[in-house]
Design a protein around this ligand. Sequence first.
Ligand SMILES: [Cu+2]
Length: 196
Amino acid sequence: MSGGTSAATQKRRISKPIIVIVVAIVIVSAALATYFTLYFTVNNSAQGPRLREFTMRLQEFGYNGSSTGPTITVKVGDTVRIHVANTGGLGHEFMVVANKDDSIQMMKDIADKLVAQGLNKTDALAKYHAEHEEMMMMDMVAFSGGVVSLEPGENKTIEFVANRAGTYWYVCLEAGGTFPKTHAEMSMYGQLQVNS
Ligand SMILES: [Cu+2]
């Protein structure tokens, strides 16, 4: 008789923890479902800042196999990460500027000045390069971090925060192989649209 009682007690002792475990699993599952629903809602929201990634292959003279590059469209506050590869045979750069025509004109003026000085092409190009570096250090680049120079075969990544709305441009103002013309004058540019 005592044997039967102890078996029933054992049954009750086993079933209680099982109920606790099942309830715990249900609570944890509900919490996880809520968390992931919220997580994806927040991350897919068009309102908040996002990380936007792009790939640009640079070659003579353009991007991803075309002449002028594709328009990059982002929103104010987005972090823009661009994987840049130089698949061409010349040195190139990827630089985001506020005004394409002003930037080209600035470098054209420098090139013309060096030509007028009667320097040979190698010396002129070296001086052009030095002056261009100086421009890049100053305020030619529209967003901090929005510039990179690449030798043939190099891959680099740039990242910047598009913190102001407007129409910007990416250009290559290198002049190797084209001096006194810049690569931008050979269609090496594209638009960056930052929407508010
Ligand atoms: Cu170039």
